[in-house]
Design a protein. Sequence first.
Length: 263
Amino acid sequence: MESLILKYKSLGITDVLHYEKFNLISISHHSTKIEGSTLTELETQILLDDGLTPKGKPLNDTLMVTDHFKALHFIIDMAKSKTPVSVELVKEINSYVMKSTGGVYNTILGEVDASKGMFRKGNVTAGVSYFPNYDKVERLTNDLVKFISDKMKENLTIDEKLYLSFDAHFNLVSIHPFYDGNGRTSRLFMNYIQAFYDLPLAIVNSEDKQEYIQALIDTRKEDNIQIFRDFMKDQYEKYLSNEIKKFEDGFSSKTNRGFSFLF
């Protein structure tokens, strides 16, 4: 992975006009599509670039996308300012994710407003997965944050930094601390660590949703974090290789054949 990252950076891909913007739009598209958004990548781009709401699509999907995009900008700003990892940061990420779509849950322990990054006060499942009891959420999240914070104080290699981001992603989504938005929040938490270290941001491709969910299930079942690391490493390498190829092919085309107007 290190050699791919170094090549990606040396080519100056991120210096291309509007590259970062469209890369962030792509991250928001894939992350929300995994959670059920019906917007195409083009519709997502037009929505986030021009503010035009796609016709015939659920309002909830539009709100999910715009909230995620704002959350993505938030974590990048926090990473650039080297804001320390904390439970409050995790909660704030979730509050951005659920800003417009979070509901209010009334429980015997009190009201939980999902739009404010509040921990759940009830037990939840997702598909075949059961998550820790609600009374363990706060302790587990604190333990995870402390572990990550301690690791980030060490002198890590590039691969170790990436694995730390993948591990944070897996462990947070496995705690499932919120009633909703856990997947998006966990992927953004991963992206935060990557941005903190000035690494390219990982995208979980929505077309690989089934493999992604299976990797999460198998990692829990086998109690082997390497399963999820390998899945994310494959996603990351495919993404970087594809970006490098697109850049090199485009550069080669413009350099060797010139530019042709299409009328």
